[in-house]
Design a protein around this ligand. Structure first.
Ligand SMILES: Cc1ncc(COP(=O)(O)O)c(C=O)c1O
Length: 422
């Protein structure tokens, strides 16, 4: 007779439908593939990661060390320590003009967790969630996990990837529960102008739909754009949920800290859910976050200035490559070039381009397909200017050779200015 463990191993494991409905993040898949090349000793220019290449600022790290030394290592209240919730409300009010109280705030295990909890608390089987495309890869899967249906509203290069209130309204049905807006946007860097964002809120109010605003990149905006929160508009709070994150603003991706701001009953529901899943976010990370909220913001300014420099360089470099067009990102740290002119028999889609780029030039990028926008690549410029220069050299070699072989090269040679047309 076979040992019981052997029998078990041979049994097919049956997973719950809610897990079968979702898939592993495609950005993670690209990172793994790049790691494989690095493991073999390849000098990979990695434009894949969606995380700052800066270390967490010293004053924040010191606060965590102090919390450890003071043995702040016990459970905390599920929604987070009281001073942190107060500090998040104060910081959000000072930086972004809102007026939340701690009863309207919960600390989560990252911004992704904030989005997950909000959707899990609001969406029932068959409910619809409107997601402008290109979108951050996790939104559709989070909605599917909740047994909801993602409904995509397409945005395009010619409109700088900004969804309009009219588009959103057209997509609303009696089943619509939530509209997710992410401005600045991952992957395009699009920033929705204040009046356009306000019009989207009006549509949500009119139809009794929640507006979930993912503010993960709020403080990384360029040229004349300023950090903006839809929650700052009069009367917005009753229809708006804010998902915030410490990951990008304070270079704290590994600490896993985010927050949700919203009406107190919704925060109550999210707290209930969190109490039966993760419980409180890590205690010492919360003390670090408290310092991030109360301490100086100099490091954010330094990072922004550096991202701005890199943005100009990468944009100019990409636009000089025949057959590539690229809108100027107004926020975040990504560019989203259109490479569809390079799709051909041997590279029929952006995924094939990504694969060949990695194999032939050891450049890692994410295919637009992962974000619901085939024909594009997502390039993160959260990497040093030297690596950007090296990456651009390889990209122009890769695409340049292709254009020599008959690409309509003029497509990429049109004169483009850095700033989008007004
Ligand atoms: C648009 C967007 N929202 C949320 C997140 C989640 O950030 P975290 O969970 O690290 O706070 C990310 C991370 O890449 C993102 O790009």
């Amino acid at each position: 007779m076979e040992p019981a463990t052997e029998v078990k191993r041979k049994e097919e494991i049956r997973f719950a439908g809610r897990v079968n409905r979702i898939s592993v993040s495609p950005t993670m898949a690209v990172m793994q593939e790049a790691e494989r090349f690095k493991g073999r000793g390849a000098d990979v220019v990695d434009f894949g990661p969606g995380e700052p290449d800066f270390p967490t600022p010293d004053h924040i790290k010191r606060a965590a060390v102090k919390a450890l030394e003071e043995n702040r290592t016990k459970y905390t209240a599920t929604p987070g320590i009281a001073p942190l919730r107060q500090a998040i409300c104060d910081w959000h009010a000072a930086q972004l003009g809102s007026s939340y109280t701690p009863a309207e705030c919960i600390v989560n295990v990252g911004g992704k967790h904030a989005v997950f909890n909000a959707i899990a608390s609001l969406v029932e089987s068959g409910d619809e969630v409107i997601i402008p495309a290109p979108y951050w890869v996790s939104y559709p899967d989070i909605v599917k996990y909740a047994d909801g249906n993602p409904v995509y509203v397409e945005t395009h290069e010619k409109n700088e990837f900004r969804p309009t209130a009219e588009q959103i309204e057209k997509a609303i049905t009696p089943r619509t529960r939530v509209v997710i807006i992410n401005s600045p946007t991952n992957p395009t860097g699009a920033v929705i102008p204040k009046d356009q964002f306000a019009a989207i809120l009006e549509v949500c109010r009119k139809h009794g739909v929640w507006l979930l605003s993912d503010e993960c990149y709020s403080h990384f905006v360029y040229s004349d754009a300023r950090p903006f929160s839809i929650a700052s508009l009069p009367g917005a709070k009753e229809r708006v949920i804010i998902a915030g994150s410490f990951s990008k603003t304070f270079a704290m991706t590994g600490w896993r800290l985010g927050y949700t701001l919203g009406p107190a009953p919704l925060i109550g529901a999210v707290t209930k859910l969190q109490s039966q899943s993760t419980s409180n976010p890590t205690s010492i990370a919360q003390y670090a976050a408290l310092e991030a909220m109360l301490g100086p913001m100099d490091s954010v300014r330094v990072m922004l200035a550096e991202y701005a420099r890199r943005r100009e360089r990468i944009l100019a470099g990409l636009r000089a490559i025949p057959g590539i067009t690229c809108t100027a990102p107004q926020g975040a740290f990504y560019v989203f070039p259109n490479v569809s002119a390079h799709m051909a028999k041997e590279m029929p889609d952006d995924t094939a381009i990504v694969r060949q780029l990695l194999e032939r030039e050891h450049v890692a990028v994410v295919p637009g397909e992962a974000f619901g926008a085939p024909g594009h690549l997502r390039i993160s410029y959260a990497t040093s200017i030297e690596r950007i220069e090296e990456g651009l050299r390889r990209l122009s070699r890769f695409f340049g050779q292709r254009s020599e072989r008959g690409l309509p090269a003029a497509a990429g040679r049109q004169v483009q200015t850095l700033e989008p047309p007004k």
